[in-house]
Design a protein around this ligand. Structure first.
Ligand code: FMN
Length: 170
């Protein structure tokens, strides 16, 4: 059985290309001071795109679970958009498998300072069966926009403060 990554000389062209993409993704993450993850709920789980991105990134030596997270404590926002509603008391409470799983990755594995912004009932305006939920959807969207604005202001304040604290900065 293979104990670790294959030696470079033994890799196929596809494996070399995949490793190069993982390196690019890891470099992008390391270059960011903060993160905004906007992730949809698809069939009660993360989209294949988000899953593939994470699956590839964690193969990169700097992002494996075997080493301390290189992006620990950086601010991050998870904007989770879903057509329905999954909060307490809803018929499908507990069916949202995006938020709990991404919290394991973003908070527990990567140590990010994570804030959640949920956008629910996004299908109410286009799905006639959800017509009675349109006012609630509009209220929800307004709340999500307010939460996003507040998060942006907090982030700006945080960086302004840390820049001001750096020697040589005004
Ligand atoms: C393939 C697919 C599966 C979906 N599955 C769900 C679902 O299980 N639950 C839900 O509430 N919404 C579901 N939706 C709706 C999306 O979560 C909703 O449109 C959300 O706003 C996603 O953002 P987007 O419109 O930018 O893709 C699904 C949408 C698609 C395209």
């Amino acid at each position: 059985m293979q104990a670790g990554p294959k030696a470079l000389s033994e890799r196929t062209t596809e494996e070399v290309e995949a490793a190069a993409l993982a390196t690019k993704l890891a470099d992008e993450m390391l270059a960011a001071d903060a993160f905004i993850f906007s992730v949809p709920l698809y069939n009660y789980a993360v989209s294949q795109h988000a899953k593939a991105w994470i699956d590839l990134l964690v193969t990169e030596p700097r992002f494996t679970v075997k080493v301390p997270s290189p992006i620990s404590k950086r601010p991050a926002y998870l904007i989770s958009a879903r057509g329905g509603a999954y909060g307490p008391g809803m018929p499908k409470e507990g069916w949202d498998h995006v938020t709990p799983w991404l919290r394991r990755i973003f908070e527990d594995n990567w140590g990010l300072d994570l804030q959640l912004i949920d956008v629910e009932l996004t299908l109410a305006d286009v799905n006639p069966a959800m017509a009675s939920l349109r006012d609630l959807a509009a209220f929800n969207l307004k709340q999500a926009h307010a939460a996003a604005k507040q998060a942006g202001e907090q982030l700006a304040a945080r960086f302004t403060k840390s820049l001001a604290a750096e020697p040589g900065q005004a």
